[in-house]
Write a protein that binds this ligand. Structure first.
Ligand code: MN
Length: 302
């Protein structure tokens, strides 16, 4: 890999994609992934910018117990607090600047609730990572990281949520080559990229310029592999999430809260949740379990 000329770097240009609005629990979200033109960035397969929203002690995300399989959930708040509970018995308040990482493997369930004490603004991003074939049927797990490494990059500070970025490495578990970074930019900044990775740049607050294109909330900038550095210029204080990874070499299948390789994997997960057969455990939550209709292909067959 060479890091010599700017020419090679400039041959990959930023593509700007629009997020779409969706509702999750009681919150409005801007969904950057997946979208029709871009299903994944590396193994990152889901990205919801949540809020900003006003929450109270008793009403916040309000997402009742629901199952996951074949993925990791990455929760990162930039304002406020929320409460995570899962079927492994974890009960964890997450505050702005802290990371919750839940690995589903063969199956886990969780709820995201109000904290019982926090009142104010809630804003953040929830991401999913598709697990690779070695891990997607493995054990479930939960990690909380309250102190993540930071690196100064000119008029920007990068906090490494997962993976390695410009010399700093996150302790969070990951099963494939990828990176996730929170970037606070006040002016101009340069950073190294891994030219084997593709990247998605999601702006949560403010406005940044990359390749003379403006990116604000509700958009995602996409860079194909082949780029080894990035120049970012902020117009005012900006909060940006940078996701990267090696492009997936296989198709993934996403339906509802499940990531799998085949429809029959999804059918089995759906049946387990509907029949409550123990695969997804039990969450100790005051909120109601979330149910869903059968996959559309099952309905069609009858
Ligand atoms: Mn979830």
């Amino acid at each position: 890999m060479t890091h010599s000329s700017d020419n090679g770097s400039d041959s990959v240009t930023l593509e700007v994609l629009s997020s779409h609005d969706a509702q999750v629990g009681s919150l409005q979200v801007r969904r950057a992934l997946p979208q029709r033109r871009r299903r994944t960035v590396g193994a990152w397969c889901f990205a919801d910018h949540m809020g900003p929203a006003d929450v109270t002690e008793g009403s916040g995300l309000d997402i009742g117990p629901h199952p996951h399989t074949g993925l990791q959930t990455v929760t990162w708040l930039i304002d406020g607090q929320a409460l995570h509970r899962d079927s492994l018995g974890s009960e964890q308040v997450i505050s702005a600047g802290e990371l919750n990482l839940m690995t589903a493997g063969h199956g886990v369930s969780h709820a995201e609730e109000a904290t019982g004490h926090y009142r104010g603004t809630l804003q953040g991003i929830q991401l999913w990572i598709a697990q690779d074939d070695n891990a997607r049927d493995g054990a479930a797990g939960f990690e909380h990281h309250g102190d993540l490494p930071r690196v100064d990059l000119g008029e920007a500070t990068a906090t490494v949520l997962i993976g390695e970025f410009n010399g700093a490495s996150s302790p969070a578990r990951h099963d494939s080559a990828l990176v996730g970074v929170d970037l606070r930019v006040t002016g101009t900044s340069e950073m190294d990229l891994d030219s084997a990775f593709e990247y998605g740049v999601i702006v949560l607050e403010g406005l940044v310029e990359i390749d003379a294109q403006a990116l604000g909330p509700g958009t995602m900038g996409y860079l194909a592999p082949g780029r080894d550095e990035l120049h970012v210029r902020a117009r005012g204080d900006s909060t940006v999430i940078v996701l990267g990874g090696e492009p997936l070499d296989h198709e993934i299948f996403m339906w509802w809260n499940f990531v799998a390789r085949t429809r029959s994997d999804i059918d089995a997960a759906f049946d387990s949740w509907r029949s409550n057969d123990g695969r997804f455990g039990k969450v100790d939550s005051p909120l109601a379990r979330i149910e869903t209709l059968a996959p559309y292909w099952q309905t069609r067959e009858t």
